[in-house]
Design a protein around this ligand. Structure first.
Ligand code: DMJ
Length: 592
């Protein structure tokens, strides 16, 4: 199918279409009203407390809540090898620590103070618990550091009177207990697990995933800045070098590496599970610390992804062999929904919108996102959904960058489905199967630290953090971390040499006044790719529809800081269409 077959190209037609779609949009608008937005904001808050209060009643001081059983969940002592539980749960009131900063951001100062004091009184990290370095870093260390920064901040209004920095002391104690994971290996890439009391366990596996070893910089870097102990910064940075130095000639990194031999055990490049937050941390470490080396790694890595990992449609990020570039698997995973958010922060909005559309259509079809979805069979191949935040997180960031009300309606869809399918008497339960919508008895701590936080911040459009213009990032666990200017490195001249021409935009005609992502024809294109063609929607057929949109190349300046990204013009009311898509749009609207 060639584009030319469906291309009305005259300017007049474009103008007529503009007027038509404006009227169409006004009459048929699905925009969320201000009243509804506030209802959704309050509903998201209510949902947070439904989860949090039930954890405090039935779960605390254990790490997690079993929402079906109305009980707490601690380590699996019967099966120490149960890494699904024991990697994360260390007997340190995990869900409470992971929730601290959400309480503050919800404006619940009393709740924030009580929770902080409870952590200070209850938690001691001198525990015989073997935990995963990555998990304890992002959930516990990050949770403590973020709450500490909010508790001492003069400007944001979350300052706790009488607070003496105890959370930072705890974070420092925890950080020191994590250090044995580093330094033992030949490569200086850390071992994946560590015992909080006894250090590196004997006979511990030396195989770690890239994200596990390479997503420590934000928390470890901030810990070093706040304590003046440079060890944390150094080990996290050295781990990144250890990984990046082992990239392929084409700048791809694999999924699992042996920290002793330095050999890739699973040499598969992707944006998803096992590698995901490595990319996120390169970009965000640059935003937070200003160190040029992080953005340089990000730029090279992103260029390699856009050349070799993205599929030819431009919507999916695949699994490819890091050396040969050959396709290694045809599935995408739920975790990779975060990538659109990273693309937003990097300024690559067009590709962010496109990759988000994939997960939007998956959610529309399943009312959740299956852990793995196979693009060949167009079926979920791993069917659970543990209430992950990545899709909501990207939705939130896309709304911040575009102010397109479409993303509020996406949030509304997610909120309604979480309520309808996962809310139970004692919290929110993970989805065991997106096919049957059966539930399982687990509410992971990230439901409160991320999923419901991002939903709330999406709808609380005026929240101060949404317009904060300073060096701050949300960690991969949704914890805001801040750094004042004295800690930020000055930009280096080498950045000026960055060639962003790879990401050139096609010369798209602008159709002002037409709203927005609703009317992107590729929304339906992506819907058809994942095999979701409900009866009430027109079928995309080969004769009238452009089924093979080109990979759009976008002009982005990756060296931008977050503050500059936020200053972008909102795209509300504007849709960028190239001519071929106009043909499809035309047909779609008139065939309804
Ligand atoms: C969270 O702990 C974090 O978002 C992490 O980056 C990935 N896994 C979960 C959520 O899915």
């Amino acid at each position: 199918m060639k584009y030319g077959q469906c291309v009305p190209s005259s300017r007049m037609l474009i103008t007529v279409l503009s007027i038509f779609f404006t009227l169409f949009h006004i009459v048929w608008s699905k925009d969320i009203t201000e009243k509804r937005r506030i209802e959704l904001r309050d509903k998201a808050k209510e949902m947070f407390y439904h989860g949090f209060n039930n954890y405090m009643t039935h779960g605390f001081p254990l790490d997690e809540l079993n929402p079906l059983n109305c009980s707490g969940r601690g380590r699996d002592k019967k099966d120490p090898n149960n890494i699904h539980v024991n990697d994360v749960l260390g007997e340190y009131t995990l869900t409470l620590i992971d929730s601290l900063d959400t309480l503050a951001l919800l404006g619940d100062q009393k709740g924030f103070e009580e929770a902080v004091n409870l952590v200070i009184q209850t938690v001691d990290f001198d525990l015989d618990s073997k935990v995963q370095l990555f998990e304890v870093n992002i959930r516990v260390l990050g949770g403590l550091l973020s709450a500490h920064q909010l508790a001492i901040d003069e400007k944001l209004g979350y300052k706790i009177q009488g607070y003496k920095g105890e959370l930072l002391d705890m974070a420092y104690d925890l950080g020191i207990r994590l250090l044995p994971a580093f330094g033992h290996s030949r490569t200086r890439i850390p071992y994946p697990r560590v015992n909080l009391r006894y250090g590196l366990p004997k006979g511990e596996t030396s195989e770690t995933c890239t994200a596990g070893a390479g997503s420590l910089m934000l928390e470890f870097g901030v810990l070093s800045k706040l304590t003046n102990d440079s060890r944390f910064d150094e080990v996290a940075r050295t781990a990144i070098h250890g990984l990046w130095n082992r990239r392929s000639k084409s700048n791809l990194i694999g999924n699992v590496i042996d920290v002793e031999s330095g050999k890739w055990i699973h040499p598969i490049a992707s944006t998803g599970a096992g590698v995901d937050s490595f990319y996120e941390y390169m970009l965000k470490s640059y935003v937070l610390f200003g160190d040029a080396e992080f953005i340089q790694i990000y730029q090279q890595a992103y260029k390699a992804i856009m050349e070799q990992v993205v599929d030819k449609s431009g919507y999916f990020y695949l699994n490819v062999n890091m050396y040969s570039g050959e396709l290694a698997a045809t599935w995408i995973d739920s975790l990779s929904a975060y990538f659109a958010g990273v693309q937003v922060l990097a300024g690559d909005l067009e590709n962010a919108i496109k990759s988000h559309l994939v997960f939007y259509n998956l959610w529309r079809k399943y009312h959740a996102i299956p852990e793995r979805f196979d693009l060949n069979s167009k079926k979920p191949v791993v069917v659970h959904y543990p209430l992950r935040p990545e899709f909501v997180e990207s939705t939130y960031l896309l709304y911040q960058a575009t102010k397109d009300p479409f993303y509020l309606t996406v949030g509304e869809m997610v909120l309604n489905d979480l309520e309808k399918y996962t809310r139970v008497e004692c919290g929110f339960a993970s989805v065991k199967s997106v096919i049957t919508m059966t539930l399982e008895d687990r509410m992971e701590s990230f439901v409160l630290s991320e999923t419901l936080k991002y939903l709330y911040l999406l709808f609380d459009t005026d929240h101060q953090i949404n317009s904060l213009d300073s060096n701050f990032v949300f960690t991969t666990e949704g914890h805001p971390l801040f750094l004042s200017s004295e800690h930020v490195s000055p930009p280096r001249s080498s950045l000026k040499n960055f060639d962003s021409s790879l990401y050139t935009c096609p010369n798209l005609p602008k159709l002002p006044l037409i709203s927005s992502t609703y009317f992107r024809p590729d929304t339906e294109f992506v819907r058809s790719i994942i095999g979701h063609i409900p009866k009430e929607w027109p079928t995309l057929d080969e004769m009238g529809w452009c089924l093979d949109p080109r990979l759009t190349k976008d002009k982005i300046d990756i060296s931008r800081q977050r503050s500059e990204i936020k200053a972008r013009q909102p795209t509300k009311g504007i849709i960028d269409l190239d001519e071929p898509r106009i043909g499809k749009l035309w047909k779609w609207v008139f065939s309804r």
